[in-house]
Design a protein around this ligand. Structure first.
Ligand code: HAM
Length: 440
């Protein structure tokens, strides 16, 4: 039987593939990442890349032992003679904080803004927008604890969404307080739910001991019915003075800057390292239960995995989910530009000349060539199918003169150009064409 790709993974396909949708288009993925890069670099974020696999302990201690990620979704990496203590990274934050600590990045100007993108791995049950290998654009700020840093991080996330042209995005903002606030809240939840143990799902019963707050995020309908009946107070009611002041300040900045948000007392987030500001971005096209992206402050994480305390905050988008949202808004695939020139030989013996002309042209522009001799009519047709600006023909006269016959396929203008002048000529023509398009 033919071998297929593993469950929960996707191939990212080239333009023109049958049944191409935005979320599996390699080009659309690259376009999202490039758009995010532009926005993030304008804000001073620097690119960082970390390994795809890490010590399992990094994730256990960083992301947290009570999370679904650590308990059910980790991919373990084995290789010959190894102890099996590695995992494929399920997210980027713990790795970036590890890299920050391990490489002495504290010496760089603070707060330090970093960004990355790439595949993440979680053994989840597959559905649209929920994959085992998915991709994130991830942004982290290390070394700043002011509410201004939080607000800027949220504004930047909204900036990426805007630059992508997405309109139907809602920011749901919450705070999960300082550790002592969370402890008080967890105590309250334990007392509230314990008399109703038998009505809780197995997962939630487990969460009651490990991390009661996560019950509120349960996917079980029965759990959600119970939560509604018990009239559970939100975490926001348990914020201490400092966390409350911080939360108010974050909101104040966002309002000043015209960044729209809704305070959502139900924000829980699925990772243990969060404290204080936490938020998610949602979009109808992705569905209410799945976020487009999310983030929060994690001032305790560095100490959890290293030796020093470093405040931090950040967020990540799911690239597939951004693409699903873009598709839901009717966004078409960004078109890949065709070659500036498509060169064909008119005789078999001249095919290498056509190839050499294209290779020379590639020093300045996109250039392709025909691998066998073509009649002029077929050469023009093939060039048009590829979206070329020029078709180039090389017959025996051109070969003798070391030139190429060019036809602009939009204007039908013809030129004879010496091979030595070809790169400069085509570059100039492409620039003129782009100017024409811009002014159209
Ligand atoms: P997260 O909420 O676990 O946060 O994931 C962020 C985003 O990644 C989600 O909102 C979603 O768009 C996408 N995502 C997560 N799991 C899947 C999946 N199985 N399939 C497709 N997309 C998925 C984090 O990962 C944190 N590290 C974010 C962060 C950065 N917090 C602070 N800094």
């Amino acid at each position: 039987m033919a071998i297929k790709r593993p469950k929960g993974t996707e191939d990212h396909l080239p333009a023109g593939s049958p049944k191409l949708t935005l979320d599996v288009s390699a080009q659309a993925h690259a376009w999202v990442v490039e758009t995010a890069r532009r926005v993030l670099e304008r804000a001073g974020a620097q690119r960082i890349d970390t390994p795809l696999f890490e010590e399992a302990d990094l994730v256990k201690r960083g992301v947290g032992g009570s999370t679904d990620i650590v308990r059910k979704e980790m991919f373990t990496v084995y290789y010959f003679g190894d102890h099996g203590g590695y995992i494929l990274r399920p997210e980027g934050t713990a790795s970036i904080v590890r890299a920050f600590l391990q490489n002495g990045l504290k010496q760089l100007p603070s707060p330090l803004k970093l960004w990355t993108h790439g595949p993440m791995f979680r053994a989840e049950r597959q559905q649209r927008g929920r994959l085992r290998q998915f991709h994130q654009v991830d942004y982290e700020v290390l070394g700043g604890s002011d509410a201004l840093v939080d607000a800027e991080a949220i504004a930047l996330m909204v900036g990426v969404v805007r630059e992508l042209g997405l309109t139907g995005v809602r920011v749901k903002l919450g705070s999960i307080g300082d550790p002592e606030d969370r402890e008080a809240y967890n105590l309250y939840l334990r007392e509230l739910f314990t008399p109703h143990l038998e009505r809780l799902s197995d997962d939630s019963r487990d969460r009651l001991t490990r991390n009661p707050m996560r019950i509120l995020d349960s996917k079980s309908e029965d759990d959600q019915t119970l939560i509604a009946q018990l009239n559970v107070k939100p975490m926001l009611d348990f914020l201490g003075e400092d966390a409350r002041a911080n939360f108010d300040a974050v909101q104040g900045y966002l309002r000043d800057w015209g960044v729209e948000f809704d305070v959502d007392p139900s924000i829980v987030r699925g990772l243990d390292y969060y404290r204080r500001t936490a938020w998610e971005l949602h979009h109808e096209g992705v569905g209410a239960k799945s976020a487009l992206g999310g983030g929060g402050r994690y001032d305790g994480l560095a100490e959890q995995i290293g030796a020093q305390a470093v405040p931090g905050i950040g967020w990540a988008f799911g690239v597939e989910r951004l693409l699903i949202a873009l598709e839901a808004e009717g966004r078409a695939l960004p078109a890949q530009a065709g070659p500036v020139v498509y060169v064909a030989a008119l005789e078999d013996s001249l095919v290498p000349e056509a190839a050499a002309a294209a290779l020379a042209a590639r020093t300045t522009v996109r250039a392709e060539f025909a691998y066998r001799a073509l009649k002029p009519g077929n050469a023009f047709r093939d060039a048009e199918r590829r979206g070329a600006l020029f078709a180039g023909l090389i017959g025996s006269d051109e070969a003798t003169a070391r030139s190429v016959q060019l036809k602009n396929l939009r204007s039908a203008e013809q030129f004879t150009v010496l091979l030595s002048d070809l790169p400069a000529f085509l570059h100039e023509q492409e620039q003129a064409h782009l100017t024409l398009l811009e002014n159209a």
